[in-house]
Design a protein around this ligand. Structure first.
Ligand code: SF4
Length: 255
């Protein structure tokens, strides 16, 4: 596989039946014409992160919330099932400069339209060293934080963080954040983070971070880089079992 799937073309998308989240209503607070991300993961389903100037501007919080409310209202009237509301979309949502205002407004709309649905975020973890981002995500019901690589060299190879993120500082903040759920993507083929040495370090680091749980998964969509392959389920199950046995941290497998 080489390339990716099309970007989300609206602020609210889905609900999509996600392997990990159930009927998840996606919220994209980023542009629809290009991906905006602080990483350039080799397995990204949206292809490579391209830098440069794009004519589309970021929508401000009031504009986003107005569109979100209109969509929520339509979905309630059509009786659509929504298990959770998840900030994700076309890149890294914590890059939005008005993240806190968006999250507070989104939670207020959730209370009105989908009062039982937790509001969460899928994040690449790189921005959590910023106080403003930590303060914003503190309002969320659940934070799914990417942690594919326990060593800086593997992180740079697989997630290719853009900008200046201090790997050790990022792990320290993951450790300090309460009740995070780590998401660890495992890949094989042209890139591989399933070797024994890396797994041993990953288990040590996960134990130190001490998350609420870990989601162990692999690709199920086209990837940015060519030659990446799915990790067979028995291997994922072995990784999850090894983690839980060594650390007591619950791990769920998705393939
Ligand atoms: S963090 Fe997510 S959106 Fe960004 S490059 Fe990685 S997989 Fe793609």
């Amino acid at each position: 596989m080489d390339g990716g799937i099309p970007l989300q073309d609206s602020v609210v998308y889905g609900p999509i039946h996600s392997r990990r989240l159930g009927h998840s209503l996606g919220i994209n607070i980023l542009p629809v014409s290009h991906k905006v991300c602080s990483s350039n993961c080799v397995y990204c389903q949206y292809g490579w992160t391209v830098s440069g100037r794009f004519p589309e501007r970021l929508k401000k919080a009031p504009e986003l919330l107005k569109e979100i409310e209109e969509s929520f209202s339509r979905l309630v009237h059509s009786g659509t099932r929504v298990d959770c509301v998840t900030l994700a979309g076309n890149g890294e949502p914590t890059l939005h400069p008005e993240l806190e205002a968006v999250i507070i407004g989104l939670k207020a709309l959730r209370d009105v339209y989908f009062p039982k649905a937790p509001v969460g975020i899928l994040s690449d973890s790189t921005q959590i060293t910023r106080h403003k981002v930590r303060q914003a995500i503190g309002w969320l019901d659940v934070c799914y934080m990417k942690f594919d690589a326990a060593e800086e060299s593997t992180w740079r190879r697989i997630n290719d963080p853009l900008g200046h993120t201090d790997f050790q500082a990022m792990i320290r903040v993951l450790h300090e954040l309460p009740d995070v759920i780590l998401q660890s993507m495992f890949v094989q083929g042209t890139y591989d983070n399933t070797d024994d040495g890396h797994l041993a370090t990953w288990i040590d680091r996960v134990a130190w971070i001490h998350p609420q749980s870990v989601q162990v998964y692999t690709i199920d969509r086209p990837t940015a880089a060519a030659g990446i392959t799915k990790v067979p389920r028995p291997i994922l199950e072995g990784i999850a079992a090894r983690l839980t046995e060594a650390t007591g941290v619950p791990a769920e497998v998705f393939d």
